[in-house]
Design a binder for this molecule. Structure first.
Ligand SMILES: Nc1ncnc2c1ncn2[C@@H]1O[C@H](COP(=O)(O)OP(=O)(O)OP(=O)(O)O)[C@@H](O)[C@H]1O
Ligand SMILES: [Mg+2]
Length: 234
């Protein structure tokens, strides 16, 4: 049996562009595995996250070649709600992910769309906030929070859907050291629960939670030797 997240010969080119941003990417993320993706700014890490999460081709335009399989089903054959119960993505910029004037409503949105009973939704709000250490922010307006706090709320909202695959696109970029420590612990706990995790990272200090580190460079994704100096390879 293959892992819950598989990319086969994956490539992508923006509309009107001849040269692909990346091509021929093969990746399998197993249950309980954390795969980090590193690369220079503009190398295509976020676009790769969009392809792995079904946003491309389901929402965004462009020419995606190859396939991404979630639980062995191609994203081309899934609807967005079907993707959302399997996979959660925390975006690089949390502002693109937060819509509601109240933190609790933000986190309830996903479970409400699954038509879960109100008590279950309440529990998920509480559990999600507890996991990211934001219990006291329940009634606050997410848009009035700091960048790091917004990242934590976006993460709690994603966790409330209980997805088995998680993609973090620089989800720690705006957090202080305490916040980063908490998220790294959370990533390890999610790994322990058997979830498949992809984390895009620019901070080498955060790579210790990853089982494998992949470098996106010159349109290709290659596994790095853990002893290699990241800055030399970039
Ligand atoms: N809609 C678009 N049309 C054409 N080019 C685009 C479009 N969106 C992004 N790009 C370009 O694609 C490249 C990859 O962008 P992407 O955001 O995936 O990189 P990234 O590795 O995530 O960068 P960062 O580390 O800064 O987040 C960049 O050169 C960007 O300018
Ligand atoms: Mg990016």
């Amino acid at each position: 049996m293959t892992g819950p997240l598989v990319a086969r010969n994956l490539g992508f080119a923006f509309p009107g562009e001849d040269a692909p941003l990346f091509a021929g990417i093969n990746l399998e993320v197993k249950r309980g595995e954390v795969v980090a993706v590193v690369g220079l700014s503009g190398s295509g890490k976020t676009t790769l996250c969009y392809c792995l999460s079904g946003i491309i081709p389901l929402i965004r335009e462009g020419c995606m070649t190859g396939e991404v399989f979630l639980d062995e089903i191609s994203t081309r054959e899934l609807t967005l709600p079907q993707v959302a119960t399997r996979l959660g993505i925390v975006f690089q910029n949390p502002d693109t992910q937060l819509f509601f004037p109240r933190v609790a409503d933000e986190i309830a949105f996903g479970p409400e769309n699954l038509c879960l009973p109100p008590e279950e939704i309440e529990q998920r709000i509480g559990r999600g906030l507890e996991k990211v250490g934001m219990e006291d922010f329940r009634a606050r307006n997410p848009h009035h929070l700091s960048g790091g706090q917004k990242q934590l709320i976006a993460l709690a909202a994603v966790l409330s859907l209980d997805p088995e695959i998680l993609i973090f696109d620089e989800a720690m970029s705006q957090l202080d050291e305490e916040g980063r420590g908490r998220i790294k612990e959370l990533i390890l706990a999610l790994k322990g629960e058997g979830r498949a995790i992809v984390m895009v990272e620019h901070n080498p200090a955060n790579l210790d939670v990853a089982d494998r580190v992949m470098l996106l460079k010159d349109a290709e994704l290659a596994e790095m030797d853990r002893d290699e100096d990241l800055y030399e390879r970039l």
